[in-house]
Design a protein around this ligand. Structure first.
Ligand code: ADP
Length: 302
């Protein structure tokens, strides 16, 4: 069983030919309200790929919160540990996607900011019963620290997606088994600029020296790199027609958790996650773009 601790947001997505500049009003192409939030996306990806998954997080007592929970439940996520907080709005993300599939995002955390250490203590048994615990940085950092440390001390595999980009203290990093940043997040965490393969290697060494066991750096259409103390391996991306890159990282991370919980090696799980990430960019939205296991199997058989 996999536990995901993190955010639930309603994504308010505007599709447009180009991004507006400051002070400009433009006419967009279309608008959609799609369930999202890094935590919820990762939980949703895990459920669709066929693993048992429990989500720990917070929504408000409003229609958006209700819709988010219904959507996760429908996809097979155990939502019994998602709290409904009075007097606070459910988190939202205002997303703009241009015709080249680039996105820009503003997140208003709302209820996600209410997820406390006390809440985690209440659900400690779920962590105890799990094999893998996955967290990101869209809920309070103290809560993330507590979860990762608690899971690691219970002997669980800990996966941290350090997104959105933030600096993290060494104590937290020392309890992370698998850190999955993209390039921007890696730069902020390591304090180094990453312009080429050599920079990337040096930046990852900074984090391995802080006690992270494995690093998987995702590089969008360039694929990803897996680095640990035994070496470095590059995994190219599949060539697909990208429609919307939202949540590629989330589905990739969900797939890593699923594969590891099934006992896959890194050489098996990373190509699996790469296929899941590729399929995600071929569809619009976050949870709406997460592929089913059968779709991944059909795609990799081709
Ligand atoms: P994030 O959304 O966190 O920035 P990435 O964009 O790096 O994450 O995507 C995660 C993974 O999804 C990549 O490592 C890659 O395997 C896959 N992926 C992302 N974008 C594309 C793309 N345009 N084409 C094919 N695969 C992609």
């Amino acid at each position: 069983m996999i536990v995901v601790v993190g955010s639930l947001n309603m994504d308010l997505v505007t599709y447009t030919n180009r991004m507006p500049v400051i002070g400009e009003t433009i006419i967009g192409k279309s608008f959609k309200q799609i369930p999202g939030g890094k935590g919820a996306n990762q939980a949703d990806a895990i459920a669709k790929l066929g693993s048992t998954v429990r989500m720990i997080g917070c929504v408000g007592e409003d229609v958006m919160g209700e819709t988010l929970l219904e959507s996760l439940y429908k996809d097979g996520v155990d939502i019994s540990m998602v709290k409904r907080v009075k007097g606070v709005a459910t988190g939202i993300a205002s997303i703009t996607v241009d015709s080249s599939a680039n996105n820009s995002i503003i997140v208003v955390p709302g209820a996600n900011n209410m997820l406390s250490i006390e809440d985690i203590k209440e659900y400690e048994q779920a962590i105890q019963d799990s094999d893998i615990v996955v967290a990101q940085l869209e809920v309070p950092i103290e809560t993330v620290k507590y979860v990762i440390k608690s899971a690691k001390l219970k002997g669980k595999i800990t996966i941290l997606n350090p997104a959105p980009a933030a600096e993290l203290d060494d104590d937290l990093l020392s309890y992370v088994d698998i850190l999955i940043p993209n390039k921007t997040e890696l730069e902020l965490l390591s304090g180094l600029q990453v312009s080429d393969d050599n920079d990337l290697y040096h930046a990852t060494q900074v984090l391995l020296n802080k006690g992270v066991r494995d690093l998987i750096v995702t590089l969008g259409s360039k694929g990803c790199v897996h680095i640990n103390n035994s070496g470095t391996r590059v995994y190219p991306a599949y060539k697909v027609q990208a429609i919307d890159t939202t949540a590629a990282g989330d589905s990739f991370i969900g797939a890593i958790a699923v594969g590891l919980s099934e006992g896959m090696s890194y050489e098996q799980v990373i190509p699996f996650a790469t296929a899941v990430g590729a399929l995600t960019v071929t569809k619009e939205g976050a949870q709406s773009s997460m592929p089913l296991r059968s779709e991944v199997e059909a795609f990799t058989r081709k």
